[in-house]
Design a binder for this molecule. Structure first.
Ligand code: ATP
Ligand code: MG
Length: 432
């Protein structure tokens, strides 16, 4: 970290020695004042992009039209951006044009929140025209200037507002919050990719519950460009208190949808609407669906049997074959948490999820094979043994054998598998 800072100071000094103004700005200054670890250091300068490029040996033209050049010192990149003023915001997002200015103050003025609108020179002296330090000391998140104007210029700032308030546990200044409540409908202009990036950081960050709470309180989730089915009510969010204790992101999203009471068949769609990668959408949906499958399976058991562990094992194993053991392991973590949150609408559901949480891992490890690849017999061997042309029956037969090893104590060994295959094949042929 000191290397990172030294490098930035070197970039700032080089610019200064050539007669330009230069400062460290944005997240770095904020995190330093907050005493938080820093990730990267952005620099603002009066030098124009071509002047920056001329001063350093290794540069990357990251965003010349916005005034950004990346300066490389060794392997460390520093984004150096020309002081600018933004005007003519179009479509409630990104300015139509940027105007380069030679004044730091003008540059700080266009920034979103007071804590993000401070600058620091190479000697660590702070420039803080909007009271960022005071706000940080009072743990207040406040727009620079008039909140209504700032959110109208760029609606994404409302999501950033919620994300920063969550991430840094700040309370949102009254005028800023009021403007956010009134202008939340402007979020329909923001691309879902941007929305996802902010939500992802919130849910997967250090204080997901606070972020979700602010989203629910502000009604932001119901005002997006594309509607979500996720019913993020305040009561549902109250149930998500312990979310931080789930460290895997798949578990967190699964828990969010489950605790919100999402319809399992709409989870995938919501994840895709949020522009998550298809695989992640699939994985989260699979977990919520597995939960539904388990609950539906429970519903047909006589009430008195529902909490008897031995009776739940086959259901659990079937779910594992259908949705993978990996998915069920994640569900175990979700169930453990849910049991502690103690907020189940139906007591027997809660009781059963507790049973799954306690025995699930053991049941999974009892299964001799987690999927058909784990069977001690291959499709080719099966074809040779049965003596028929290969076809869809091979996959089906392997699946049946897998189920028998998991549920009916068929040993996962070649001879017993082949013997079972013969009779299962006949059964399949007679039934079709
Ligand atoms: P982090 O990187 O942790 O998200 P950051 O403050 O560095 O925090 P960036 O998105 O990297 O956030 O932006 C750098 C700086 O640019 C911010 O600190 C802020 O001053 C300014 N900024 C970024 N986005 C906006 C915006 N939408 N409106 C106004 N200013 C912004
Ligand atoms: Mg940053």
């Amino acid at each position: 970290q000191t290397e990172l800072i030294k490098g930035a100071q070197q970039v700032v000094r080089t610019l200064q020695q050539s007669g330009f103004a230069a400062y460290m700005v944005g997240g770095y200054v904020r995190d330093t004042v907050l005493g938080k670890p820093i990730k990267d250091i952005d620099i603002a300068t009066s030098a124009l992009p071509e002047q920056v490029q001329a001063l350093f040996t290794r540069t990357v033209p990251t965003g010349l039209q916005h005034g950004t050049v990346t300066v490389m010192l060794g392997k460390t990149p520093y984004e150096v951006t020309t002081f600018r003023k933004e005007s003519d915001y179009v479509q409630y997002r990104r300015p139509a044009e940027v105007e380069f200015v030679d004044d730091l103050l003008e540059d700080l003025k266009r920034r979103d929140f007071t804590m993000n609108a401070m600058a620091m020179d190479a000697d660590g002296r702070l420039v803080d025209p909007f009271g960022g330090q005071t706000d940080i000391a009072q743990r207040t998140l406040r727009c620079v200037g008039l909140p209504h104007e700032r959110f109208r210029e760029d609606a994404l700032r409302m999501l950033r507002c919620v994300r920063f308030a969550a991430e840094y546990e700040l309370h949102i200044d009254a005028a800023t919050w009021q403007a956010l409540l009134e202008l939340a409908p402007l979020l329909r202009h923001i691309a879902m990719e941007r929305v996802r990036a902010e939500l992802e950081r919130m849910v997967e960050g250090g204080h997901p519950n606070r972020g979700l709470q602010l989203l629910a309180d502000s009604g932001i989730v119901t005002q997006l460009k594309m509607p979500l089915h996720l019913p993020l009510s305040k009561q549902a969010v109250a149930r998500m208190k312990e979310l931080t204790r789930l460290d895997a992101d798949l578990c967190r999203w699964t828990y969010v949808f489950m605790a919100a009471g999402s319809d399992h068949s709409l989870v995938r769609e919501d994840m895709l609407t949020l522009t998550f990668p298809k695989q992640k959408a699939e994985q989260v949906a699979k977990r919520v669906e597995a939960d539904r499958y388990l609950l539906d399976g429970l519903a047909v058991l006589p009430a008195a049997d529902r909490e008897r562990a031995a009776l739940l094992a086959p259901l659990w194993k079937k779910a594992a074959l259908r949705y993978t053991g990996e998915a069920l392991r994640d569900l175990i973590r979700v169930y453990e948490l849910d049991a502690e949150a103690g907020a189940q609408p139906e007591p027997y559901t809660a009781a059963c999820r507790r049973v799954f949480a306690s025995y699930g891992e053991a049941w999974l490890s009892e299964m001799p094979a987690a999927d058909v690849n784990g069977l001690r017999i291959t499709g080719t061997e099966l074809v040779a043994h049965i003596g028929q042309r290969p076809g869809p029956w091979v996959g089906k037969l392997l699946q049946r054998l897998l189920e028998q090893t998991a549920l009916e104590s068929l040993p996962n060994e070649k001879q017993p598998l082949l013997a079972a295959a013969s009779s299962l094949y006949e059964e399949m042929m007679n039934n079709s």
